[in-house]
Ligand binder design. Structure first.
Ligand code: WTA
Length: 636
């Protein structure tokens, strides 16, 4: 496994050169570090026109054999998962590789008993428990395609995702704990399933002991089902032999349109990419404890809580709670308690913890920390330095990892301790990644000291293969803007040293606390409120969340209290999408600035939301320039 690790900056440059000149040879060499039931006939075939990308065609594997079985001889009694509960007085749990293997086999047998077959889609809506990882791995073991939905999404969002993927089965829990909150997960699923005839079975894990209603013939308890397989005898579950290009999972993510899309990753390429990037970026060495604070409902959790670390035989820490419960020292307690060596978190968490000052750090021993990581949004220099000074004590390199759901794993990032870092910079591409900056017309901008739209011009094993059920959407979103390139949707600067700094989205996607939210989705939700005629949503700089959600709402029919109406609209968004998309500011306006052809001029709204009203640019092409004055005057 360690054959893939780069050990010096000089070696990075050599490997990078090789990866660009001989990509197939390079990736075949990396893939050799994994366990294949049959090797590939062909390393890569691709075109970005359709797009059609295939890695390791003809190869046979099962990712769980790589994450579990192959470690049993050497690491069987070593911890695979450390789980820390929300409530610090509850006991933590440790699962060794052997125990995790057995539990995955058991639950895979439960799935089979409940009629699940290779290729079936399974929706997972669970709290951050070892059982969530077990459910994910059990699906992968039998070739079922998992679609994990983040626990903060509403019934409507879950229903949309279940319908899109035509899921046959849902795995959930009675409820979950996050900070002081109890999440009524099963009840949310019940609401969602009213709309979802494809779901024939719901498996419910006991966690919170919140009363739930179990529907006869549809709902079963996780624990009862486990008992059934225990009495059946054999605890093993042989792996399903998968083709490298068989689907492994679907993960929904927001884009510029109102409907989230199901990003599809496949077994072989994703495994190689998640494992390779985990080993290199973090420079993981055996025995270290790796703590990624993301939720498994996002790609970061898929790749760097489950598949990346486990494929490399690492110890991965799953934390059920939030950074500020019971107080703002919780992360540091966890680091201290388990002697965490690598901490991977998000700028929004860092900024939020910064706001509590240094008190929560008192008497916390952070000396185990060797590497720090950041992901999800641009990290501002202030947060970078705070992280470096107070958490890493200037001894732990920070890896600012830029990548996306569609990428499967890190794309542009320092390699810990090897790539010289610069605050706010994702620095250099990993081997195999060929970034280019292009101008509006798709012309490549060469040289250094330039900025443009970030594209990637050559495939890597972790690239998305399609968007579920709608390949054309995949083509249009990522491969049609610029010919022969994957378009990321991000703006980017390449400085004089050739270092990359991501400047943020250039499309109508917001990044709120590291969560991707499409403005169109929020607008659709707001427009469902009975008083609303139309709305426009833009982002604005927010001290903690990175970006906040600013909604301009036309609501002529509203009577009485504007604040009540605001609350109502916020509730609507919460119900339709989930709390993560709640507008931070709602400004009622009599009209939106539109061009004569009816297009909303978002550029103007963005400037107003940012408080930058001095120079709104040319407004003469507007249908009714006077609305701009009104909106400016009423800005929040
Ligand atoms: C943003 C998260 C700056 C970016 C893994 C990207 C970042 C979007 C960084 C993907 C970073 C992620 N620096 N921006 N280190 N990492 N982003 O799909 O805008 O949830 O397009 O994947 O987050 O978000 P996603």
């Amino acid at each position: 496994m360690s054959n893939m690790k780069i050990s010096s900056f000089e070696e990075y440059h050599q490997v990078y050169k090789h990866s660009v000149e001989q990509p197939e040879e390079f990736w075949a060499g990396i893939a050799d570090n994994f366990h294949w039931r049959k090797k590939w006939d062909n390393v890569l075939s691709w075109n970005f026109k359709e797009p059609n990308v295939k890695w390791f065609e003809g190869a046979k594997l099962n990712i769980t054999e790589n994450c579990l079985d192959r470690h049993l001889d050497t690491l069987g009694d070593k911890p695979a998962i450390i789980w820390e509960p929300n409530d610090p007085t509850e006991d933590h749990r440790i699962l060794t590789y052997k125990q995790l293997h057995d539990k995955v086999c058991q639950f895979a047998n439960v799935l089979k008993n409940n009629g699940v077959k290779k290729g079936d889609r399974i929706c997972i809506y669970m709290p951050m428990l070892p059982e969530l990882a077990i459910a994910v791995l059990a699906c992968a073991r039998i070739g079922a395609i998992h679609s994990v939905v983040f626990g903060g999404f509403s019934a409507q969002s879950i229903a949309d995702r279940i319908k899109d993927a035509e899921c046959a089965l849902v795995i959930t829990a009675d409820g979950g704990f996050r900070g002081t909150k109890d999440l009524p997960l099963k009840s949310v699923i019940d609401d969602a399933l009213v709309q979802c005839p494809s779901v024939k079975r719901v498996i419910v894990l006991t966690r919170s002991r919140t009363p739930v209603s179990m529907i006869k013939g549809r709902d079963v308890w996780w624990e009862d089902e486990i008992k059934k397989v225990e009495t059946q005898g054999s605890p093993v579950c042989p792996v399903e032999e998968m083709d490298a290009e068989d689907m492994l999972f679907i993960l929904y993510t927001s884009g510029s349109t109102g409907k989230p899309k199901g990003v599809v990753h496949t077994c072989g390429g994703y495994m190689v990419y998640a494992g390779y990037t985990f080993a290199n970026t973090f420079q993981y060495t055996p025995g270290e404890v790796f703590f990624c604070t993301a939720d498994i409902g996002w790609i970061t959790g898929h790749s760097y809580i489950i598949y990346g670390p486990l494929s490399q035989g690492a110890t991965t820490l799953i934390f059920e709670g939030i950074p500020t419960y019971p107080d703002a020292g919780r992360f540091w307690d966890i680091v201290d308690k388990f002697k965490v060596n690598i901490l991977y978190t998000a700028p929004t968490a860092i900024r939020s913890l910064m706001s509590f000052g240094l008190d929560p750090l008192k008497d916390k021993d952070l000396s185990s920390i060797k590497v720090l990581g950041s992901v999800g949004e641009p990290i501002n220099e202030e947060a970078w330095h705070w992280f470096d000074d107070h958490i890493g004590h200037n001894k732990a390199p920070i890896v600012d990892t830029w990548w996306q759901t569609e990428n499967g794993g890190h794309m542009i990032t320092p390699i810990a301790g090897i790539t010289p870092t610069k605050p706010g910079y994702a620095t250099l591409p990993l081997p195999g990644i060929q970034p280019v900056l292009v101008d509006e017309n798709g012309k490549e901008i060469e040289g250094n000291g330039v900025s443009g739209n970030l594209c990637i011009k050559f495939p890597w094993p972790g690239i998305l293969r399609t968007t579920y059920g709608d390949h054309e959407r995949c083509r249009l979103t990522y491969f049609a803007t610029y010919e022969n390139m994957y378009f990321t949707g991000d703006g980017c600067l390449r400085d004089e040293d050739g270092y990359y700094k991501i400047t943020g989205r250039v499309d109508d996607v917001l990044n709120v606390s590291g969560h991707r939210i499409g403005t169109a989705e929020v607008e659709n939700a707001i427009n469902m409120h009975s008083s609303v005629v139309e709305s426009a949503v833009v982002g604005y700089p927010h001290d903690i969340k990175g970006q906040g959600v600013y909604a301009f709402v036309v609501s002529p029919g509203q009577h009485g209290d504007a604040d009540l109406n605001r609350k109502d609209i916020i509730m609507t968004v919460q119900r339709i999408i989930g709390p993560i998309a709640k507008p931070d500011k709602i400004q009622f306006v009599s009209g939106l600035p539109k061009t004569r052809s009816g297009k909303i001029m978002r550029r103007i709204l963005r400037k107003i939301a940012e408080g930058d009203t001095a120079n709104l640019g040319d407004t003469s092409t507007l249908l009714d320039p006077s609305v701009v004055e009104e909106i400016k005057a009423g800005a929040l």
